[in-house]
Ligand binder design. Sequence first.
Ligand code: GLY
Ligand code: MN
Ligand code: MN
Length: 430
Amino acid sequence: MNKIYSKRRKKLLKEFKNDAVVVLSSAALKQRSNDTEFPFRQDSNFYYLSGFKEDNACMVLLKKNNKIKSYLFLTERNEQMELWTGERLGTERAGTLGFDKCFDIKTLGSKLGKYFLDVDDLYLDFYSEITSTRTAKRVAKTLSQGRTRSVKNFLDITSIVQKMRLVKDENEIKQMRKAVMITKNAHHIAMQKIKPNSYEYKTQARIEKSFKSDGAYWDAYTTIVASGNNANTLHYILNDKKINDGDLVLIDAGSEYNYYASDVTRTFPVNGKFTPAQKEVYEMVLNVQLRIIEMIKPGIVKQDIQDASERFLAQGMLDLGILKGDLDEILKEKKQKKYYPHGIGHWMGLDVHDPCPYRDDEGNEIPFAKGMILTIEPGIYLNANDKEVPKKYRGIGIRIEDDILVTKEGNENLSKSIVKNVEDIEALMA
Ligand code: GLY
Ligand code: MN
Ligand code: MN
């Protein structure tokens, strides 16, 4: 298992043409209020290259004279501290992580200068919000001690690691399959138990209870339970309103399992029966979603499916009388954007919005390839106060989102067993 991480470190270092040193910090504990902190989650890039889950750590990777070394600096064990905050791995046992050497983080300052000698290129995580400040402080201290005379170039490592994260390996896919299955349970429980006149937060609680009961400590992002017109606020996370009989409920919720995300949205009627108007919009969005998923295969680029989703949704809205006029005119003037303001999907992995690139270094779109995972999530948002929308559709907000793995020949919808057809939803809720 730990071989995965050392292989990744080697792969990263082998890509450098010059001798280089990489300094990458772990995430830090974050204060919540006074002396309480948010639960700790490791920075995704740091985890990707180390598999190490503790805070207060730093990785130094070296390529010098074609030799490759990787060092981990971590918190040394301390009985008093462990009494309060639990066991640490400590330097003695850190050999299991597959680094060449592990040191007490307290010695980082005295060792860093040595690593900087005789290398031109110093790679830092300066595009990472979570870790860059700590790295910058550590490096700046060493710089100020004047022992870095030979470092010439300060370069970014964040985007290089993000590029590596684009294609998922078998083990990563396995974690995401599990995350999606945990998410499936939660969505199904939510649909089965919800009742008119209950509060959105009650459904949120059921979902999060289900995640945790199934072994997913984290939600991959804040759960959205948006009833009625609240679904027309895209990132509605208040979840504090009463759900009226007859309303649709949009649930966007995904568990994180072993650091890997899932991201699923379902929209269904709180009372278990779609009205004719709800069904018309729902099936239009669902048809678009199915058509887009069908397009996904190696060689396709994101813009292809974005353009297609705009065209299909615009045509659907024309058919329903939500938009009026000529399809090409509508697309030219981007009128569909009013009701479909977001993208068709995004990469998913260690982060729900995996920050992997969509374009290569030349600015060309990266074609889909086997092992990439992305969401497909068309949506239509028809505000209750929008007089331009046919009256029967006002207040309807619908998004349908699945997690799609690109395969050799096409794709696999990892979340396809989460009910989605009108008949299947109504049957599950009956
Ligand atoms: N849940 C966030 C998203 O769908 O992108
Ligand atoms: Mn999404
Ligand atoms: Mn989502």
